[in-house]
Each structure stands twice: as structure tokens, then as C-alpha cells.
Write a protein that binds this ligand. Structure first.
Ligand SMILES: Nc1ncnc2c1ncn2[C@@H]1O[C@H](COP(=O)(O)OP(=O)(O)OP(=O)(O)O)[C@@H](O)[C@H]1O
Ligand SMILES: [Mg+2]
Length: 299
């Protein structure tokens, strides 16, 4: 079977024409939030990313899916300036950029919430948010006001004076999201944000993502939970063994199609052969008596 289903299209071309021709260009007047082209990253003995192409439209939730080790986190670390690509280009809002550190990415409005949270447990929410960003709104009343504003705007329900060690994972995640918004992120990368959440928390997170989207922010959401992806994503890019193998439309794609694109082959169908379990007894035991050793008695 070809890896391309009817509702899959190959990865977007590197540079959509300004005239707005082609499937990848939604709004000719606004360039994509992110365009990655030809991204390759090698580690000793591993090619983590190979010739990756992704176009992320502004104001959308874009899911990046792939099996464990497919290269999703590496790619996002490249976009966030934590890793340098060996080859390829990155464009943000239509402008080509090179990042040497996360600081460079943050300056271009990109924020990342990692697979493993990075908050200091023994500090308060406010302290965690302002840490390293003291120059933005200081560490006092102005910072507190800003935190409250962001929390209210996106329904994050963050309590500035709570100690992080007293918070559950969903609250910690909201603090991490607030932390990147506080730094001015317009493009948020969330690496496997639902892996640590229970279903109600996932729904609450998705509500937050919709709020962000409605304010024109862009979310790149890494996952391998395909049902969730279909629920929340506007666009889907599939990565297999380090390279982009296609995009999918969540309105028409099924979880089975996505899974097949992720693994690169047709999944086995549920067994339809006749069951080997029958009602014919294979062994019948009646009136069995076992003598207890030493007593000579029967039980
Ligand atoms: N810093 C590193 N040094 C060496 N190899 C690495 C490094 N980071 C990632 N890799 C390797 O690159 C490949 C892609 O890893 P990556 O973490 O990007 O995958 P992933 O798609 O995020 O997987 P997961 O779903 O498990 O999070 C893997 O083989 C991994 O072992
Ligand atoms: Mg990962």
C-alpha cells in the first residue's frame, strides 16, 4: 500500500509562492508562523532528523506526530534554539532566522514547554515565572499584575503565591505555559503535554489551547495519542524515522490511517478466523479423592 491516502498530501513545498497558490498557503497576506525546510540533525550513530519540511499556519494548533524516537523533540529543540541543525532553514513569520540559543528563539516569539517540566519546586509560581525574566516586568507588583492578566486572558487559573511543590501536574503545566506567554511567546511548542494528564485535565488543556488559538497564537503540539490529535489539531504532520512522511487533515483522517502513516505499513486487522475455543470438554474430572500424606486419611 502506498503511504499516501486520499486525504494525505505530501509535506508542503519549502517556500509557498507569495501569490498564495498551493495547498499549504491558507492566507496569502499572512506568512506561515513557522516554516522548516530541509532540516537534518545527526548525532553520533543516529540521524535524528532528515530533510524535514513543515509549514505551520498562524493561529492554528499543529500536531506533530510520530513513534517513539521518530525525532519530534529534536526537531522542536532545533526550532527553540536548543540544538543547531546540521542542514536546513527555519523561517518565522516569513523571515529566515538562525538561533544560537533559546534566548534567540524567545526573542522571535517562540516558547517551549518540555516533555519533562523544568520548574523549581521550592519556589512560588510567581518566582518561577519571573526567574530569568526579571528585566521584563521586575519581580514585584508589575510582574504579579502581568501574571494575573495572562492567567485571566487564557483561563489558566494560576495562583501566583502557590508553592510549586504543592501543585499537581496539570497546574504545573499551566504555570509552564504562562511562563512562556509571560516572555511574549506567540508560537508555543508543547512536547507531549498530555502524557502526564488524566482525561479531564486533557480536556481542560485543550480548552486552554483553543483560547490561545482564538487570540491568534500558534501552537505546535507533539503527541502520539492519535484520538487526541484528531480532537484538537487543525493540521497534522507525520514524522517517521526522522523524516516528514506526510500531512493529514484531521477533519477526514482516521486514527488507523494516522497510525499506518506513522509506522509505514498497514496495521494488522482484528482476527476474524473462527475461534479455537469450543464447548467440547478436553478434560473431565469426577469424584476425585486426594489422600493427605502422612495421615492416611482422605480429603
Ligand atoms: N542529544 C542526543 N544525543 C544523541 N542522540 C540523541 C540525542 N537526542 C536525541 N537523540 C536520538 O535521536 C533520535 C530521535 O530522538 P527524539 O527524542 O527527537 O525522538 P522523539 O520523537 O521525541 O521520541 P519520544 O516520542 O520518545 O519522545 C533517537 O534515536 C534519540 O535516541
Ligand atoms: Mg520526544
Amino acid at each position: 500500500m502506498s503511504p499516501w491516502h486520499d486525504n494525505f498530501t505530501p509535506p508542503c513545498p519549502p517556500a509557498p509562492t507569495p501569490s498564495g497558490q498551493g495547498e499549504c498557503v491558507i492566507n496569502a497576506s499572512s506568512p506561515p508562523a513557522v516554516e522548516l525546510h530541509g532540516i537534518t540533525k545527526r548525532f553520533p550513530g543516529v540521524v535524528a532528523n532528515k530533510d524535514i519540511a513543515i509549514t505551520v499556519r498562524k493561529g492554528t494548533v499543529h500536531a506533530l506526530i510520530g513513534e517513539n524516537g521518530a525525532g519530534k523533540s529534536t526537531l522542536m529543540k532545533i526550532l527553540y534554539g536548543m540544538q543547531k541543525p546540521d542542514e536546513g532553514t527555519i523561517a518565522v513569520d516569513g523571515e529566515q532566522v538562525t538561533f544560537s540559543s533559546p534566548g534567540d528563539a524567545i526573542a522571535r516569539g517562540i516558547g517551549m514547554v518540555h516533555q519533562h517540566f523544568m520548574l523549581a519546586d521550592n519556589l512560588t509560581v510567581l518566582e518561577n515565572v519571573v526567574l530569568g525574566g526579571e528585566k521584563l516586568y521586575g519581580i514585584g507588583a508589575k510582574a504579579r499584575k502581568k501574571i494575573q492578566e495572562i492567567s485571566d486572558a487564557y483561563g489558566l487559573g494560576v495562583r501566583p503565591d502557590a508553592l510549586v511543590e504543592d501543585l499537581g501536574v496539570a497546574d504545573r503545566q499551566r504555570v509552564e505555559i504562562l511562563k512562556v506567554l509571560y516572555r511574549g511567546a506567540k508560537i508555543l511548542i508543547l512536547d507531549e503535554p498530555t502524557a502526564v494528564l488524566v482525561p479531564q485535565e486533557v480536556d481542560a488543556l485543550f480548552d486552554n489551547l483553543r483560547e490561545l488559538k482564538s487570540e491568534g497564537l500558534t501552537v505546535i503540539f507533539i503527541s502520539h495519542k492519535l484520538g487526541e490529535v484528531l480532537k484538537v489539531a487543525d493540521d497534522i504532520t507525520v514524522i517517521r524515522r526522522g523524516t516528514t512522511v506526510g500531512t493529514a487533515d484531521p477533519k477526514t483522517a482516521t486514527t488507523k490511517q494516522l497510525a499506518e502513516l506513522m509506522v509505514g505499513s498497514e496495521l494488522p486487522s482484528p482476527e476474524t478466523r473462527e475461534s479455537t475455543v469450543t464447548d467440547v470438554p478436553m478434560l473431565k474430572v469426577e469424584n476425585l479423592t486426594l489422600l493427605e500424606s502422612g495421615t492416611g486419611g482422605a480429603r
